[in-house]
Design a binder for this molecule. Structure first.
Ligand code: PXL
Length: 278
């Protein structure tokens, strides 16, 4: 029986199928108790499609919540972080990591800050620097190619070869990453994939590429990866399950052009559970 309890720190985008509104249902459906520390509350996500957004930074609330949890002896079997609300919150993530995790707990770091060669609108290079400082705290980091470039001060390229990917993996390791799950790695037009890298060993899972990109799929990937990992899967098994599940979610959305702001992950949850149970 799975009695794991995790803490996830990321924002609540009230509309838009990303961050906590996908992490909570996905990880819970995997049978894992999912506690949250919200980083900010937004009306909707900040990506294109919406004409603007509200943003309530919850940084000031974090020390009080962490203090209460210490008094209540609350602790967690894993930490999973995503979109954070401010540079200062990175300090609170370190504090949670140091003081609220059980022995053997894993820290899954999704350095959510950029995609397609560009930083998301709320972030700057100071945030990137601070995010880099989290690498040594993490057990597994899940960047996309853009985030890996930012974390390693490497020029972003839209088209690249295996040598370029190897360089990113080595540089991430040199910057303190223990294990890397690099997402969105594709060497041709029709496929994409994920590379899992640890101790100089590289495993690649290539899968179908759907010719349209959707917002929130990185969060769906990281949440299903975390759910699978908490169920005893190896990082490579979890990376494959998360890739298959994310593709299913995109496929179930592709035929509905009115659903532009995220993907329909809900109806595929049963299939995610089946993949984990296999
Ligand atoms: O999916 C990443 C993400 C999470 N939260 C917010 C975002 C984004 C990406 O743009 O804007 C608020």
């Amino acid at each position: 029986m799975n009695n794991k309890r995790i803490i996830t720190i990321q924002d609540i985008s009230c509309v838009g199928q990303c961050s906590l509104t996908v992490a909570l249902p996905i990880i819970s459906a995997c049978g894992v108790e999912t506690c949250i520390l919200p980083s900010a509350v937004l009306s909707n996500h900040t990506a294109k499609g919406f004409s603007g957004f509200t943003f309530k930074d919850l940084t000031d609330e974090m020390p009080a919540i962490i203090k209460r949890w210490k008094i209540e002896n609350v602790s967690f079997d894993a930490l999973y972080t995503g979109y954070l609300g401010s540079v200062e919150q990175i300090g609170y993530v370190k504090e949670v990591c140091r003081t609220l995790l059980n022995d053997g707990a894993e820290f899954i770091l999704d350095p959510v800050m950029a995609d397609n060669g560009k930083l998301y609108s709320n972030f700057n290079m100071e945030y990137v620097e601070q995010m880099r400082s989290l690498l040594v705290f993490s057990d597994i980091v899940l960047p996309n190619i853009t985030e890996a470039c930012l974390l390693t001060d490497t020029e972003y390229k839209e088209k690249y070869d295996e040598e370029y990917v190897d360089e990113l993996l080595k540089k991430l390791t040199a910057a303190g990453a223990k294990e890397v799950v690099l997402t969105g790695v594709g060497y041709d037009e029709v496929s994409t994939g994920v590379v899992v890298y640890k101790d100089g060993e590289k495993q690649y899972y290539k899968h179908k590429k759907i010719p349209k990109s959707y917002h929130g799929t990185g969060d769906i990937y990281a949440s299903s990866f975390t759910g699978a990992l908490m169920n005893g899967k190896t990082p490579f098994e979890a990376a494959k399950i998360a890739a298959d599940y994310t593709v299913m979610c995109i496929e179930s959305t592709y035929s509905d052009p009115s659903h532009w702001y995220g993907v329909k992950f809900e109806r595929e949850l049963g299939r995610l559970i089946d993949l984990i149970a296999k």
